[in-house]
Design a protein around this ligand. Structure first.
Ligand code: ADE
Length: 419
C-alpha cells in the first residue's frame, strides 16, 4: 500500500483518537453499518482531499465499508493529525498522503498522487483537487461521477467556474446543505475557533475587545461564543443585510479601519483577501493579536506586515509569531494566518462533524445512484438526505418532535381559509 505520513509508530494514539471521535458520530456510524451491507461503492476509487482529523478518519472508514478504495490527502498543510494518519494506514488499511507542516511542493505532490489513483468520486475541502481536475488532470474529469465540496470558499470557487462555463464535472455543494452549514459552520467554527485561540495564547477572553470580520454562519458562531465568554465583540461586514443582522443581534458594527485601533484580538472569517491590511496594522495597539478562521491564509496581509516589521520573532509559543513594528509596538499573528481552529486546536468537535460527514457519505451514494442524471453543474444536496440526517441525529440525541395532524396538513395545504 502506498502512503506518505510522518511516522507509522504514532498509530496507537491515532486509533484511540479515532475511536473517541466515533462515539460522538452516531449518524455516520449508522450509515457505515448500512454501507457495510449494501456496498454502494464496491470496487470504486475515491480520492478525498480533507483535513486529516479523527472525524475525517471515520468518514474514510465509512466509505471503505461501502466498498471503496479510498485515498486521503490533506486540504491544508497544517491541519493533519499525524497520529490519525498513522492509524488510518496501519489499523484501517486506508492510503494516506499527508504530513502536518508539509510544504507547498509536498502538499501538491500528494494531491497529484490522489488523482493518479483515477478516482470516480472526489471529495474536497476548498476545491484544490477539483482545480487540478481543471488543469493538469483535466483528462480525468470525464470519468468522475461527482465531486463533493465541503466548504463555503470551495463552493464559491466552483460556482464561479460554473458561471464561466468551464465546470467539467458534476459537483455537490455539501457545504450548502442545512445539515452542514447551520451546525458545522455556526457551532463547530464558533467553538473550535475560540478553542484554537485559547490553546495558542492561553489568553483570558472575558473583558477583551474581539473584532470579528465577517458575519456569515462562521462569523456569527464565533461572535456569539466570544460574547458568551465575556468579550466585547465588534463585527465588521461589507454586506448590508448581514451587518443589520449583526447589529440587531446586539453586536457593535463598524468598519475595520475604526475597529483597528480598539481591538485586542482580530479574527477573520470572510473567505476574502486582505481583510486585515496595511492601513489596519498601522492603527493597531501594541500587543494586538491577529488570526484567521477562513479557509485560505489570504485574509490577513502577512506580506505587508512582514514589510512593516523590523523583526519577526518566531515561535514565541507554538502557534504565535511576533512582528516587531517599533520599540513600542508588536503585533502577534497566530498559526501563520492559517485556519486557527485546525492549526492550533483539533477542528470542529466530532458531534457536529457527524452531520457534515453523514451529508458527505450520503451525497457520495446519491452521486453513484444518479450519475446519469447529474449534469456538469453545482448541485444542492437533495432535501431527502437533509431530512434523513436530521431525523437520525434527533434520534441519537433522544429528542422527539411533534407530527402534523391530518387537520393541520389540510389547513397548510389550503389557500381558502382566511381571516
Ligand atoms: N473542518 C473543521 N473541523 C474539522 C474536523 N474536525 N475534521 C475535518 N474537517 C474539519
Amino acid at each position: 500500500m502506498n502512503y506518505d505520513i510522518k511516522d507509522i509508530k504514532l498509530s496507537s494514539e491515532g486509533k484511540k483518537r479515532i475511536e473517541w471521535a466515533d462515539k460522538d458520530m452516531p449518524v455516520l456510524r449508522e450509515i457505515r453499518v448500512d454501507f457495510q451491507k449494501t456496498k454502494p461503492f464496491k470496487g470504486m476509487n475515491i480520492s478525498a482531499c480533507l483535513h486529516v482529523t479523527a472525524e475525517t478518519a471515520n468518514l474514510a472508514r465509512t466509505l471503505k465499508a461501502g466498498g471503496a478504495n479510498v485515498v486521503l490527502v490533506a486540504s491544508n498543510p497544517l491541519s493533519t493529525q499525524d497520529d490519525v494518519a498513522a492509524s488510518l494506514v496501519k489499523d484501517y488499511k486506508i492510503e494516506v498522503l499527508a504530513i502536518k507542516g508539509e510544504n507547498r511542493e509536498t502538499y501538491y505532490k500528494h494531491l497529484r498522487q490522489a488523482l493518479k489513483h483515477a478516482p470516480i468520486i472526489t471529495l474536497d475541502d476548498g476545491a484544490d483537487l477539483i482545480s487540478l481536475l481543471h488543469s493538469d488532470f483535466s483528462h480525468l474529469a470525464k470519468d468522475i461521477k461527482g465531486s463533493m465540496e465541503e466548504t463555503t470558499t470551495g463552493v464559491i470557487r466552483l460556482k464561479s467556474l460554473q458561471e464561466s462555463g468551464n465546470l467539467n464535472l458534476p459537483v455537490i455543494a455539501v457545504n450548502d446543505a442545512k445539515t452542514k452549514n447551520l451546525f458545522d459552520n455556526r457551532y463547530g467554527t464558533g467553538q473550535s475557533t475560540l478553542d484554537g485561540i485559547i490553546r495558542a495564547t492561553d489568553m483570558l477572553i472575558a473583558g477583551k475587545t474581539i473584532v470579528v470580520a465577517g458575519y456569515g454562519w462562521c462569523g456569527r458562531g464565533f461572535a456569539t461564543r466570544a460574547r458568551g465568554m465575556g468579550a466585547k465583540v465588534i463585527v465588521t461586514e461589507v454586506d448590508e443585510i448581514k451587518a443589520l443582522e449583526a447589529s440587531m443581534d446586539g453586536f457593535v458594527v463598524m468598519p475595520m479601519e475604526e475597529a483597528a485601533s480598539i481591538g485586542d484580538l482580530f479574527c477573520t472569517l470572510t473567505g476574502d483577501l486582505h481583510v486585515v491590511d496595511t492601513k489596519h496594522f498601522k492603527k493597531m495597539k501594541d500587543g494586538a493579536i491577529v488570526c484567521n478562521s477562513g479557509h485560505f491564509d489570504v485574509e490577513i496581509n502577512l506580506d505587508s506586515l512582514k514589510k512593516m516589521a523590523k523583526k519577526v520573532n518566531k515561535g514565541l509559543r507554538e502557534n504565535v509569531n511576533e512582528y516587531v513594528i517599533s520599540d513600542k509596538k508588536s503585533i502577534y499573528v497566530l498559526a501563520e494566518g492559517r485556519l486557527i481552529n485546525l492549526s492550533a486546536a483539533e477542528g470542529h468537535p466530532a458531534s457536529v462533524m457527524d452531520m457534515s460527514f453523514a451529508t458527505q457519505a450520503l451525497s457520495c451514494e446519491y452521486v453513484v445512484k444518479n450519475s446519469d442524471k447529474l449534469n456538469k453543474a453545482v448541485h444542492n444536496v437533495p432535501a431527502s438526505i437533509e431530512i434523513k440526517i436530521a431525523r437520525l441525529k434527533l434520534k441519537a440525541l433522544g429528542v422527539s418532535i411533534d407530527k402534523l395532524s391530518p387537520e393541520q396538513k389540510k389547513y397548510l395545504a389550503s389557500w381558502k381559509i382566511g381571516t
